[in-house]
Design a binder for this molecule. Sequence first.
Ligand code: COI
Length: 374
Amino acid sequence: LPSDIRYEDLVITRSKHLQVKPKLDATTLKFGAVYSDHMLQASWKDGLGWTAPSIDPLGPISLHPCAQVLHYAVECFEGMKCYKGKDGRLRLFRPDMNMDRLARSAARLTLPHFDKVELLECIKELLRVERDWVPDKEGFSVYIRPTMIGTHPFLGVGPTREALLFVVLSPVGPYFPSGLKPIKLYVETQNVRAFPGGVGDKKIGGNYAPTILPQLNGSHLGCSQVLFVLQDGNSTGGLVGESGSMNMFFLIRQEGKDGDLELVTPPLDGLILPGVTRDTVLTLARGFGGMKVSERPLRFDELERAAETGRLLEVFGTGTACMIQPVMGLVKKDHTEIAIPFNEEAAKYWLAKPPGIAALPDLSGGEPFSLCGR
Ligand code: COI
């Protein structure tokens, strides 16, 4: 039988040249630009299975120029975070969800199956080796990037025969250079991120590269990201999707006197990435009570009408990298802006319901935080 990834086979080779750790400052620690000293890796071959996983000094990987990943984007990845608590212990947030999603993305690209529990144990060991890289400052963490690529040198388009799985770590603070200050989003109606029957719900590199140009275009209008709105032939302004790096939430007061508060996010209909932070916000918001929490299609017209009548109370994005990112404006193609003013009603709502760790509902059927170190 081909072998699977096994924690007990893990081989560790420590680097002799450890780097100086960066200063934890949101203005200097650029997201995803600093990496720790070691990486985890394992390779796979059809019929043979996985090699023993290893933790090695971080360094370049060697690829044949015809490796599938370089030609047909046979690549998927995850974004997870590890925090150092006040007690000095390392904790991963809901890592089982990332392992599940990685397995689903890999399967869609014919990348190999792996044992999710064993891989997670290997990642925990990498974090123990790199524990000094895990920031202990609030708002900072180590961002974990598990990645799987098709390495088979083959220019025909066909199933993966060879693959490499690697995991790198990057100490991070806020994703956007502005820190956690509210940002503006460009309403992107021409370029499409995901379409029905496509792969918008998979975390694959091919979903991200095409979002860079729209993002660059939006940046000329002062926007940090875009909000993809799919034109689906319906005349109601298009279907609100997600942003390139975040799921989106909208707090809307329904029409009429004393209309209900509704927190809306687009549903998991194949166009939306099933975000771990998205799921967490939904679970917490449902636990808070006092507002309707909906995963439902949202048309851009409804959003505009709510904004015009002062009922669009709050907009925020969620993502592992972005955490919870407030949005203060949606800039449209004609350069007009839907402003989302700081809303006291919304602020009061959230502040009156501090979740507190004890009040956290059961996430993923157990501890939301998985301990991985002293
Ligand atoms: C994440 O939030 O983990 C992501 O992968 C988004 C990426 C654009 C940084």
